[in-house]
Design a protein around this ligand. Structure first.
Ligand code: ADP
Ligand code: MG
Length: 728
């Protein structure tokens, strides 16, 4: 065993599960202790200041300077009491991570006196020198400056010794440079559109929020092994590694008993998350060895997105204390399951109704069906945009690759709901309904709660599945910012609801009763968007064929998937709903393809280095040993015995040469392919070149390395193997 692996494994064997005790058996005793929530605001702010923040948080008015000063001062006082020495605007640039730049609370006046300070101006807006964030060229053409501005709808919190203030991040000229700005806009559009439609059913509805409950899958790897794998440390995935003889075949990890070391990690993660107001509730072992999942109670979408971003940061920090590393990559290990981040999504009213949950009366159920059918139609009309929103170099290994979910976007609604939609389709006539028809339909619609109660069928192969009271967008990648799919989903549903309202109003104006008008439009939508519905096995070959027949797209190329962002029809959709200007969406597209290209470039470089510096020399060293062994045999034995004794070894010697030669040749070709790609000036074409002519080498070089791993002496092999990474 190579020294580095030996040392790493030795370190692990010395590690014992750190016993982590919960501060109290009741999370409610310390939940949100580090959040400047309504309770703390009430204590630290004047009534007027408190009311202003609460109104602003609900999308209301701006905050004037005087009140902002008061709020800042109360926030500072509270933060210092929680151990904060610094503050930062906390935002989501177009990278995989959050961003923060800390400033100390202390200040100095011209006389040199030191005092603690933090005022409304610093709370409300800052101008970080943000010229190094991805902007898709927005700041090249305008100014290098960017602004962060306070988002009062997501409460400030303290982590470590820093007060974090959630903010949006925009350019000097007002263009969004982050995920939060368009997300908030999409949520506002959904609010307006959904309230208008709810008004058909209930005049008391004045606000609709989008709800999100994400399920975060992840792998844990011992940090010593992680650091002994340059591919993991630099690309977050293994670029080589033969499958372990045993991995997930026996299905003994999923929901298995949680090992003490992992359980104590999870315990500390929960404590830290709860202190930050992240309502983690569920934890379990996932399918692959060393793969796990956690999920919170769902929250308003903007807050849930912030909490997921914050959680990913907390997960890594807590892991360090347990000598672990979290892998958020969608496919860190070939041959075993990858990780996703299921986005459970619904809409909920100020009257406490979940719009995707059937109600008790026919009227409530018609409302339920309205939102279901409109969502299905929105997905039907915008599959490519949804597909784009979850595309990345990492998620490409899951979607449409060896493993689920497929890259075909379809919707699963379950048998019973399918029957219900079929019934509407068949029972609603083109013209006026007879009183009998109305009664029968009403009766059946009224039955929905019953039928859904035992509607337990789940389809785990569908990328977008109805699960009883919400849709679950399962194709989202584990490392992704949920905002990306949530911007698109909320926008397309908002847009759809607006169209629906117009169509119903037109029929009502023609003298058709409103309920009937609603049913007629729903019927049209059901027929029109039928092809998006699929109840079968989404992983099967037959589905690919069937989907093609239906005319559904099956986009496997990430670069191609991104292009949906800049299709004319989609630019129009974003503009019409005030989410992105054309310039903003083009910039976003550019950031995504550039990021894609850079990730493949990094992987290609790392693989080339490892192949030439680690794998090839080690293999040759082992081959040299074999050669001297064979030479010794030749000296000792006569020709006949020698042939019998050394024959197999000579074959191994030859094979090593074959693999090594192939690796060297392909690394050189890969470098050449990179050189050609790097000369391309058009970003899309460059990303294309990386996808088409560089990326394939990652697989074919790896194939040869993995073969060598099986041959070369384990003591010499320089990298921790899958069996060590996945079972420690
Ligand atoms: P499963 O693995 O069975 O799909 P989990 O319990 O792991 O379910 O996760 C389900 C997630 O869905 C949780 O985060 C839960 O809070 C969330 N959820 C439940 N109802 C809603 C809703 N109305 N809107 C959004 N998310 C929801
Ligand atoms: Mg789920």
């Amino acid at each position: 065993m190579a020294t580095i692996r030996f040392e790493a494994l030795e370190q692990i064997s010395k590690r014992h599960a750190k016993l982590v005790e919960y501060p109290s058996n009741k999370a409610s005793d310390y939940f949100g202790i580090n959040v400047f929530d309504k309770v703390k605001m009430k204590k630290y702010l004047s009534k007027e200041a408190y009311n202003t923040v609460v109104t602003a948080a609900e999308g209301g008015t701006g905050i004037d300077r005087k009140l902002a000063d008061q709020i800042a001062s109360g926030m500072k006082e509270w933060a210092i009491s929680r151990g904060a020495t610094h503050y930062t605007h906390w935002f989501h640039p177009l990278t995989d991570a959050t961003a923060e730049k800390h400033d100390a609370f202390f200040d100095m006046n011209p006389a040199g006196d030191i005092f603690e300070s933090f005022d409304g101006k610093l709370l409300a807006q800052q101008e970080p020198d943000a010229s190094s964030f991805p902007s898709g060229g927005i700041r090249n053409t305008f100014e290098a400056r960017g602004y962060t501005a306070w988002d009062p709808s997501s409460p400030a919190f303290v982590t470590g010794s820093t007060l974090c203030i959630p903010t949006i991040f925009i350019s000097y000229t007002g263009e969004a440079l982050d995920y939060k700005t368009p997300l908030i806009k999409a949520l506002n559009e959904l609010d307006k559109a959904a309230v208008d439609v709810c008004q058909f059913f209930d005049k008391d509805v004045t606000k609709v929020i989008s709800t999100l409950g994400w399920e975060q899958e992840y792998f844990l790897v011992d940090s010593a092994l992680y650091h002994a794998r340059p591919d993991l440390s630099l690309t977050n995935r293994t670029l080589m590694g033969h499958t372990s003889a045993k991995d997930q075949q026996l299905e003994d990890h999923y929901f298995g008993s949680i090992r003490p070391r992992i359980a104590s990690y999870m315990a500390e993660l929960e404590i830290e998350s709860h202190k930050l107001g992240i309502p983690l509730k569920t934890r379990h072992n996932e399918v692959a060895p060393n793969q796990f999942e956690c999920a919170p109670i769902f929250e308003e979408c903007n807050l849930a997105v912030d909490h997921n971003q914050l959680l990913m940061d907390v997960m890594q920090k807590v892991a360090a204390r347990h000598d672990l590393r979290v892998l958020f990559h969608e496919k860190p290990f070939a041959g075993v399951n990858g990780s996703g981040k299921h986005n459970n999504w619904s809409m909920s009213t100020n009257t406490g109704v979940n719009l995707l949950s059937p109600g008790k009366s026919p009227k409530k159920n018609l409302q339920f069906l309205t939102f279901i059918v409109n969502t299905v139609k929105a997905v039907h009309d915008n599959t490519d945009l949804l597909r784009a929103s979850i595309s990345s170099a990492a998620n490409q290994h899951r979607l449409g690759a060896n493993e689920a979910p497929p890259s075909i976007i379809s919707v699963f609604i379950g048998k019973k709901l399918t029957q219900m939609l079929d019934e509407i389709e068949n029972a609603v006539p083109e013209g006026k309904m007879s009183p009998e028809e109305k009664t029968t339909l009403k009766l059946n619609i009224g039955k929905i709660p019953e039928i859904l109660l035992d509607n337990t069928d789940r389809n785990r192969t569908s990328p977008f599945a109805f699960t009883g009271n919400r849709f679950e967008f399962r194709a989202v990648g584990s490392s992704e910012n949920c905002a990306s799919p949530m911007i698109v989903l909320n926008t397309v549903v908002a847009n759809q609801l607006k169209e629906f309202k117009i169509e119903v109003d037109v029929l009502v104006e023609k003298g058709i009763k409103r309920d009937e008008a609603i049913l007629q439009v729903l019927k049209q939508y059901i027929t029109y968007s039928k092809k998006i519905r699929f109840e079968g096995n989404g992983y099967s070959k037959e589905w690919e064929e069937e989907a093609a027949k239906r005319g559904l797209t099956n986009i496997k190329s990430a670069v191609k998937a991104f292009s949906a962002y800049i299709e004319k029809k989609n630019i129009k959709l974003f503009e019409k709903n005030n989410i992105f200007t054309e310039r903003e969406i083009e910039a976003r597209y550019e950031v995504r393809i550039e990021t894609y290209m850079k990730k493949i470039q990094i992987e290609s470089r790392v693989l080339g280095d490892l192949a030439l510096n680690h794998i090839v020399p080690t293999s040759i060293r082992y081959q040299t040993e074999l050669i001297s062994n064979v030479k010794g045999l030749k000296e000792l034995f006569d020709d006949k015995d020698f042939k019998e004794l050394a024959g197999e070894r000579m074959e191994v010697i030859k094979n090593i040469s074959r693999y090594v030669t192939s690796i060297k040749k392909q690394v050189n070709e890969m470098i050449e392919a990179r050189k050609i790609a790097n000369k391309i000036t058009n970003a899309t074409e460059m990303a294309n070149a990386y996808e088409q002519s560089v990326k394939p080498f990652l697989e074919s070089i790896r194939y040869n390395i993995d073969k060598l791993e099986l041959i070369v002496d384990d003591e010499m092999w320089p990298l921790p193997k899958y069996r060590e990474l996945l079972f420690n």
